[in-house]
Design a protein around this ligand. Structure first.
Ligand code: ZN
Length: 623
């Protein structure tokens, strides 16, 4: 009954109310067959190769499969059920296996190269020329130019890399979960806010122990580091956190050395000096050298402010505890920084909430986009995956150029965090159609007593995700795989981060930040406080990010993995991070063994951690 499966041919108004788990696997099988048949047809072209029968056909071959996979993946994140998860877990490996075989299809590669050599291929311009270049690059970067036995070797490296990085992530997860600390004397909990105390009590009850239980999960760990008066407990927990997976049976040190080796070997096989040059070739930075120069430059500009912040924090401690108070230890920094912040600004983020009623925030956000880009955002009717979800149209003149869904609040069947997703691209060489996308968040819900009043950081999140959505919705690039958010990774956060700036400007805030009862704008004194807090210890935060970016690039560029031991790797990482830390770290400091961004997947953020700062510089300049 193929015709009854809504996933086989997904229309613009996606029938979310008709998609069921049992549709997933048959749709995946059918659409993979369909895509494979289209690829075979490209290879079999008899007669002259043209854009339409070769490159354009390749672009279209996987379109339906792509949209279907995105829609199913989306439902798994916002409306999961045990049946859907099972179907998803069965289907996804088939889809990834299909994608990974495409660049190794040597007949297809030959067809593309043959097309590139035709007069038609050589005469391409603009986005079409870019598509040809990117497609050939992608095949080459996946080993299409290698001899068969070298392809095998490359494949073996990839398999091993997946195995080792998965192991890294599992070790870290197990180590994090294996540690806890139960405190039985309430007097030792001085300083901790009631919410953190209640969470610790609950965590103890869940394990059926007496007292208060603390873990290395972020909310528990951060609360202790920031607020707990007892320095000995802070030290114990800091040491546990920062030596995770660095010894014993879950030792990640050796795995890091192995991962660095595999990555270097992969880069060399593909003709690059090192893994950073391989990864960065198709990003804005272009090479490891340029990314490193960027990080070094930013560090030089941050150093003086960073040193001032360190001195200021020590001076503050001595104000509190006398001139002979000792230098700060790593487990003291967050604690005294919070005390200093409170004493200097007496700023409570909760004071801002009444000014950020969620409906007004959205209206203000859409009005701002209208002012900036000359568009109009209007509600529209469309089926959705939950009654909480709304749909909007983006209008330009008389035309609807895009539509998008907004899913704002937490639900049990929805994952955490905030994100944007592109569902359908209207990009086309003939006539652009409307784009379809969405953004999701997990912000404060309305209650029975009153409307949803957001924290300022939640407002920033909505602006950020809507910026990604606009990037997709306003795209005029006529080729799907190059349109919207399909840009270099170190650029993709510009359209989102630039929107955050408007949450800090009086002129834009006054449009939508109005007291939900009185309609008053944010009072001047509160606005001034919030501006000051924004840059409080910003150099320290920046230096920390630069430390991560530096250790990442230097490990993937400078280190010779063949000459590395677990001990020398750890010492190298420790020294680099120590130079960026607010207080000297101990010899066994092993943050690197818990650095998921770099080592929990074959590429992930490896040689790419600098991108956070890179995009921030771009958006600051552009704003
Ligand atoms: Zn983002």
């Amino acid at each position: 009954m193929a015709s009854e499966n809504p996933l086989l041919d997904i229309p613009f108004d996606i029938p979310f109310d008709h998609i069921r788990a049992e549709h997933v696997v048959p749709a995946v099988d059918a659409l993979i067959d369909d895509a494979q048949a289209r690829l075979d047809a490209i290879v079999a072209v008899d007669g002259p190769r043209t854009f339409a029968n070769t490159l354009g056909a390749l672009e279209e071959a996987t379109e339906k499969l792509g949209v279907m996979t995105t829609v199913v993946g989306h439902l798994e994140s916002v409306a999961t059920t045990p049946e859907l998860r099972e179907a998803y877990n069965e289907a996804i490996p088939k889809v990834s296996a299909f994608w990974s075989r495409i660049p190794l299809n040597s007949d297809l590669y030959a067809a593309l190269k043959a097309y590139a050599e035709t007069e038609d291929g050589k005469a391409l311009e603009g986005p079409q020329a870019r598509l040809l270049e990117k497609t050939l690059d992608e095949f080459r970067r996946h080993g299409a130019n290698l001899a068969d036995e070298e392809k095998e070797a490359l494949h073996a490296l990839d398999v091993e890399l997946t195995r080792k990085t998965t192991r890294f992530a599992q070790n870290l997860l197990d180590e994090t979960n294996a540690w806890d600390l139960v405190v039985t004397e309430e007097s030792k909990l001085a300083g901790l806010p009631p919410s953190a105390k209640a969470a610790a009590k609950q965590a103890a009850e869940d394990k059926e122990v007496e007292g208060w239980r603390f873990t290395l999960q972020a909310p528990s760990y951060i609360a202790v580091m920031t607020y707990l008066d007892d320095a000995a407990i802070r030290e114990q927990m800091w040491r546990a956190y920062n030596t995770r997976a660095s010894s014993g049976e879950r030792d990640n040190r050796g795995l890091i050395v192995e991962i660095l080796k595999l990555r270097r070997q992969k880069a060399k096989r593909l003709g690059y000096a090192d893994f950073a040059d391989f990864v960065l070739e198709d990003r804005m930075a272009k090479s490891g050298e340029k990314a490193m120069a960027f990080v070094d430059d930013l560090r030089a500009k941050t150093q003086a402010a960073f040193d001032r912040e360190k001195d200021e924090l020590l001076a503050f401690r001595r104000e509190l505890e006398g001139d002979d108070a000792p230098a700060l230890q790593p487990w003291d920094v967050a604690y005294y920084a919070e005390k200093l912040r409170q004493s200097r600004y007496a700023f409570d983020e909760e004071e801002l909430r009444p000014y950020f009623e969620v409906e007004r925030v959205l209206e203000g956000l859409f009005a701002l986009a209208g002012e900036l880009y000359g568009i109009e955002v209007k509600r529209r009717d469309a089926p959705a995956w939950d009654e909480d979800v709304r749909c909007y149209g983006v209008h330009d003149g008389g035309e609807m150029i895009a539509a998008f869904y907004v899913d704002l609040h937490p639900r049990e069947n929805k994952r955490g965090g905030a994100w944007m997703n592109a569902l359908i691209s209207g990009a086309s060489l003939d006539e652009m159609g409307p784009h379809l996308g969405l953004f999701c968040a997990n912000v404060t819900r309305p209650t029975k007593e009153g409307p949803a009043l957001l924290r300022h950081s939640e407002v920033e999140t909505l602006f950020h995700e809507f910026g990604h959505l606009l990037h997709h919705a306003l795209s005029e690039v006529p080729i799907q795989s190059l349109a919207g958010t399909n840009v270099a990774w170190d650029f993709v956060e510009l359209p989102s981060q630039i929107m955050e700036n408007f949450c800090w400007e009086r002129a834009s805030l006054d449009h939508f930040a109005r007291h939900h009862e009185t309609g008053e704008p944010i009072p001047e004194a509160l606005f001034a406080k919030m501006q000051k807090v924004r840059t409080y210890r910003a150099a320290t935060a920046q230096m920390r990010q630069l430390g991560f970016a530096t250790v990442d690039l230097r490990m993937h560029r400078e280190l010779d993995p063949e000459a590395l031991t677990p001990e020398s790797m750890l010492a190298f990482a420790r020294d680099v991070l120590d130079a960026h830390a607010s207080a000297p770290v101990p010899d066994d400091y092993a943050m690197i063994c818990g650095f998921n961004h770099l080592f929990a997947s074959p590429t992930g953020y490896a040689a790419g951690y600098y991108s956070y700062k890179w995009a921030e510089v771009l958006d600051a300049d552009a704003f």
